[in-house]
Design a protein around this ligand. Structure first.
Ligand code: GLY
Ligand code: MN
Ligand code: MN
Length: 464
């Protein structure tokens, strides 16, 4: 947890941005796995933690944007609870640790909200993503679950996204700690990689590191010889010489900040010439993007499309694309090779602030642009700025079903060399990913040392 003044300052800034109404920021609740007392691993809501700092379940933060009053609602532990949990701080003690003066039991929340509704005051809340929280809001607001979406506060979404996007120095330090976890996870995976090992053994070992060094993985680790399946969570494969292994994983620091890195390397420890050719195309794009990012750039047009252009140049050299890189990008053909965005925001969520929409109300045209570009709606009109942290994760994937579909539909004729693609059907996929901080003058990678990334560096560590 950071110093109490940091949370007080963040809440004051949010209040000033919103101006009027009651802001409700729910913390997450424990979510039962197979019976109520056996819950899933607890993960706090990142926005609640950003403004109220506490990493315990069943709290609600409230800010009255008109009066400036702030509350933490929650129930103190009873002796029956303490038998199971051990002694716990009182809610009032927890609140003073994050500079909140008022506390009250959860039962006092309903009258406060009802009174605000009676007075015609605006109730601000973010899009709700958990069933338990939806039920809580259905009761509090007297709405049907299907109506919650219509009543979300777009003003609050933009205000929170704007604040969470611009990382402060204490957040960057936490991201550096998350990097150290990612570094240990990935170098362990590299050393474990050899023929006969089951992918799951690597996934389990790196998850153990994330739990030992921080608060766990920032998303379920992808360890797969089928790198062409973008988020492949099946880790049943047995490593075979000749194949590439893709490992995409990251950890969370104890403050809840995430890292997210990907490396792809040969199980045998030695790239074949064909693997190396495609690997170098991805690595060039990854390295170049990390050089060109500047504050003020538009993510989609100036970063994502530049990545597509760099990959297209490489694929022309490999004989898989014909014509010019510009034509390949303009035709949409790059979607066939990299059907995802070059990067995403990173912070307290591994895809930071992605539920919070665009910095524009022009949703229809943004949607069209997003569909055309394979980037999500949030990212289509994203302008990076000092303090933005984003992933740089280009890839080239050979997805037989996508190749067949595009070919059957007659797409990208004269641009994609479908004949040459035939011999890549069992190649798999390559992705390289690091996390970048946008600075006042350019950008730098998070982390004091680089994960092995060149062919020579990887060959020196894989299986050793
Ligand atoms: N780990 C998911 C991603 O790279 O976006
Ligand atoms: Mn990743
Ligand atoms: Mn990522």
């Amino acid at each position: 947890m950071f110093a109490p003044e940091i949370y007080a300052k963040r809440r004051a800034e949010l209040r000033a941005k919103i101006g009027s109404g009651l802001i409700l920021l729910p913390g997450n609740q424990n979510s039962p796995n197979n019976y109520p007392n056996n819950a899933y691993y607890f993960r706090q809501d990142s926005t609640f933690r950003y403004y109220f700092g506490l990493n315990i379940p069943s709290l609600m933060g409230v800010i009255d944007a008109d009066s400036g009053e702030e509350w933490l609602f929650g129930d103190d532990f009873t002796v029956e609870d303490i038998i199971w949990t051990g002694p716990q701080p009182m809610l009032s003690e927890l609140a003073s640790g994050v500079a909140v003066k008022n506390t009250a039991p959860l039962s006092a929340l309903q009258p406060l909200v009802e009174r605000a509704i009676r007075l015609g005051r605006r109730i601000h809340f973010l899009p709700i993503y958990r069933g338990e929280t939806k039920l809580q809001f259905v009761e509090l607001l007297g709405l049907k679950p299907s109506m919650l979406h219509d009543y979300k506060s777009v003003d609050l979404m933009f205000a929170v996204a704007e604040m969470r996007e611009k990382k402060g120095p204490e957040e960057i330090e936490a991201l550096e700690r998350a990097y150290q976890i990612g570094y240990a996870m990935h170098t362990t995976a590299m050393r474990m990689c050899r023929e006969g090992v089951v992918e799951r053994e690597i996934a389990g070992a790196v998850a153990g590191i994330a739990h030992a060094m921080g608060q766990g993985v920032s998303f379920p680790t992808i360890v797969s010889q089928h790198g062409e399946t973008l988020h492949n969570l099946n880790s049943d494969g047995v490593l075979e010489n000749g194949r590439l292994l893709l490992v995409d994983g990251g950890g969370e620091s104890l403050e809840g900040y995430c890292s997210d890195h990907t490396r792809t390397y040969p199980v045998s420890g030695k790239f074949t010439p064909k693997q190396q050719e495609i690997y170098e195309i991805v690595r060039r794009a990854h390295g170049r993007i990390a050089e060109i990012i500047r504050p003020g750039m538009m993510y989609h047009t100036e970063i994502h499309l530049e990545c597509y252009r760099l990959l297209a140049e490489g694929l022309i050299g490999a004989g898989l694309i014909k014509g010019t890189a510009e034509d390949a990008v303009a035709s949409g053909a790059m979607y066939l090779f990299m059907p995802h965005g070059l990067g995403h925001g990173l912070g307290m969520d591994v895809h930071d602030c992605e539920a919070f929409g665009e910095r524009s109300f022009d949703f229809s045209s943004i949607k069209e642009r997003a569909e055309a570009s394979a980037t999500c709606i949030y990212r289509a009109a994203w302008r990076v700025q000092p303090g933005t942290v984003m992933s740089d994760e280009p890839g080239i994937y050979f997805i037989p079903a996508l190749i067949d579909k595009c070919k059957a539909e007659g797409k990208f004729k004269g641009i994609v060399n479908y004949e040459a693609l035939e011999s890549y059907r069992d190649f798999g996929g390559i992705r390289i990913e690091d996390d970048i901080l946008v600075t006042e003058s350019g950008c730098r990678m998070i982390g004091d040392k680089r994960l092995p990334v060149t062919v020579e560096e990887l060959e020196a560590v894989v299986g050793k």
